[in-house]
Design a protein around this ligand. Structure first.
Ligand SMILES: C[S@@+](CC[C@H](N)C(=O)[O-])C[C@H]1O[C@@H](n2cnc3c(N)ncnc32)[C@H](O)[C@@H]1O
Length: 250
């Protein structure tokens, strides 16, 4: 929704200008939890989550110390249906796998940082490759931020993207820094069904629309063409980088 009047425009401008203040109002001291997910990215994650609650179920692959998990949980708490069960399922080994800082146990820190949301957050300990999920059915949002290698990201997308309900969101982190994630993203877009909802910095949110490939036939080349970029362009996705704008009250 676009801001309708000057009051809404000022509110939107203030939110964009003071992301830390806004995040702190939402999650309190959890805003300071160490993470590579920037404030603008976390705000985008929050907004995409808020706008897409229907089943009240989110899945996160790669939770680390909980900075992004609490954002998803807060979206459910504020905007979910209180009469419905609402959960963020967080999949991680909590052994710091694939992290540049090296292996260590992060489980206790995660539990401490997410305590305020323990009624919503369900830790699912294990490797995303074969961990069994404690729920059946679809999710409103699947956020993938685990193994960023091509093989790892592709495996996660192959396993978890089909869980997104029609109209829901598949959100990837680090698509601009990690070649493996970029490649998987390109393959997803080329295959149809997914199109870009929003991208902020290094986070991209895709909307699931099974009919999308019918509207943009010819896949990737047409996609580039639609974005006004040369056919050999490899940085076509930059076109979609945009500041996060929302008129959600808080
Ligand atoms: C980049 S961090 C996640 C950051 C978090 N989303 C945030 O915003 O703060 C990646 C996490 O994925 C986990 N991870 C990596 N490979 C994994 C795998 N195959 N299965 C489960 N967890 C994995 C790591 O243990 C690490 O905690």
């Amino acid at each position: 929704m676009r801001p309708q009047n000057w009051k809404q425009r000022i509110a939107v401008g203030l939110k964009a200008a003071f992301p830390e203040r806004r995040m702190r109002r939402l999650v309190g001291t959890a805003v300071d939890v160490a993470t590579q997910t920037t404030l603008q990215e976390r705000i985008c994650l929050y907004e995409e989550a808020c706008w897409n609650i229907r089943l009240g179920r989110f899945l996160e692959v790669g939770s680390y110390l909980g900075a992004s998990s609490v954002v998803l949980a807060e979206a459910l708490r504020r905007w979910g249906n209180p009469d419905q069960q609402q959960h963020v399922y967080c999949v991680d080994t909590w052994e710091n796998d694939t992290m540049t800082e090296g292996q260590r146990s992060t489980r206790d820190e995660f539990m401490k940082n997410t305590r305020r949301w323990s009624d919503i957050i369900v830790p699912v300990v294990g490797n995303s490759r074969d961990v069994s999920l404690p729920f059946e059915g679809e999710c409103d949002v699947v956020f993938i931020d685990g193994d960023h290698s091509y093989a790892g990201c592709q495996r996660d997308v192959e396993r978890f993207a089909p869980l997104v309900r029609d109209g829901g969101r598949l959100i990837l982190h680090d698509h601009a820094y990690y070649h493996g994630v970029t490649t998987v993203l390109g393959e997803l877009l080329a295959a149809g069904q997914w199109h870009v909802s929003i991208s902020v910095e290094n986070l991209i949110s895709l909307r699931k629309d099974p009919h999308w490939s019918h509207r943009v036939p010819g896949r990737m080349d047409n996609y580039r063409e639609a974005a006004g970029l040369p056919p050999d362009s490899s940085c076509w996705i930059d076109r979609f980088h945009a500041p996060s704008v929302s008129t959600l009250p808080s």
